[in-house]
Design a protein around this ligand. Structure first.
Ligand code: SF4
Length: 367
């Protein structure tokens, strides 16, 4: 089993066999610190454990201490091109810096960032993306490279960057190797995991819309996490950041790596279904996405099934289950039939049971 070095980011640690953490990135203008804090608070409630934000200019960098003071989760500054922004972000009190050394310029500039991070004892994530490799600037042959060659090149450039850090005795490092396709991302991360034990942040770059981004991320993260590779994840989506956090948790829950909130089990429906199950389950999922019904660390399984063929079996297996019939459903709690309820009351009844302080939780998260 691949075990990484433990790295502290603000008030949490990653790596070293700790639970895989869910990250996201703000989509507000960082300089608008109030809007940014508001967005981060919503993400915290949804289960975001580390938040990164873009620092494109000095105005944004200057807002970081105010943002930091008003949030609970570790704050990561994402810096491109200008080492001065990184140094200012470190001064402002961020918990980690993410840079792509390939666009920071000279080794001297990178060293200035490393020195500042060393003084404040904060980690730096070295992020190498397939689309911004140095080789791209030198050669127009990128298109002709196979996924294996691309992955190899990403790891080569990452290792060169790591060398600069290690030459300065800086090992407070997190890495990421991202591409916009699953195979290259998987190959690069697998290759790197054989070389060094720095914690790995997983992501797919430019993953696309909710559908495409979640599909690609789930495929890549599933392969890697199943092999013990990956310490933090971000599901990058062209969508609201809350969706990224929901998807991140969804993937970790599906892989049985973390437990949180409500898991909905429902049947696909078929010709035997006597209820409008698709509508009901979607409505329930929407209602559950609000934090009031989403206990922070307590996993609960809710099953809603379309008919009496497989319904009772699955419903019995859940903490709360409903096996549908024509216009009504049989409610189960922890495997025991409780009562019949009319279809239009299913959601309210489930939500009522979930809100009860003694809700039928199974176990707490293993953090
Ligand atoms: Fe069809 Fe009933 Fe199975 Fe749902 S539970 S898929 S309605 S047989």
């Amino acid at each position: 089993m691949y075990k990484t070095k433990k790295v502290k980011i603000g008030n949490i640690s990653i790596g070293g066999g700790l639970p895989v953490r869910v990250q996201s990135m703000t989509k507000t203008e960082t300089a608008d610190w109030k809007a940014t804090v508001n967005q981060i608070k919503k993400l915290e409630d949804a289960g975001c454990e580390i938040i990164r934000l873009a620092v494109p200019d000095m105005e944004s960098a200057s807002a970081l201490s105010k943002i930091k003071k008003n949030i609970k989760i570790p704050l990561v500054a994402d810096i491109h091109f200008d080492w001065r922004l990184a140094v200012e972000a470190i001064k402002q009190g961020v918990d980690k810096i993410r840079i792509n050394p390939g666009n920071i310029g000279s080794r001297e500039n990178i060293e200035k960032i490393i020195s500042a991070a060393k003084k404040r004892k904060i980690p730096i994530r070295i992020g190498v993306n397939a689309g911004s490799l140095k080789i791209l600037k030198k050669s127009g042959n990128w298109i002709k490279m196979s996924q294996q060659e691309r992955a190899k090149q990403m790891v080569t450039e990452l290792m060169e960057n790591i060398q600069t850090f290690e030459d300065m005795n800086f090992t407070n490092i997190v890495v990421s190797l991202k591409a916009n396709d699953v195979s290259t991302t998987v190959l690069a991360n697998k290759l790197f995991s054989k070389k060094r034990n720095y914690p790995i942040h997983l992501g797919i770059t430019e993953a696309g819309t909710e559908f495409s981004g979640i599909t690609k991320s789930a495929a890549a993260f599933g392969i890697l996490l199943n092999q013990g590779i990956g310490d933090t994840i971000r599901v990058s989506l062209t969508a609201e950041p809350l969706e990224e956090v929901r998807a991140g948790w969804g993937i970790l829950k599906a892989l049985d790596l973390r437990k949180r909130g409500v898991e909905i089990v429902s049947c696909p429906t078929c010709g035997r279904c006597e209820t409008d199950l698709i509508k009901i389950v979607n409505r329930l999922e929407r209602r559950l996405s609000t934090v009031n019904y989403q206990p922070s660390t307590v996993p609960i399984k809710v099953a809603i099934m379309g008919c009496v063929v497989n319904g009772p079996g699955e419903a019995k297996d859940a903490d709360i289950g409903i096996a549908g019939g024509k216009g009504f459903g049989l409610l189960f709690r922890k495997g025991n039939p409780v009562k019949k309820i009319p279809q239009e009351k299913w959601i309210d009844e489930i939500l009522r049971l979930l809100k009860k302080p003694n809700n039928p939780s199974a176990a707490a998260d293993g953090d």
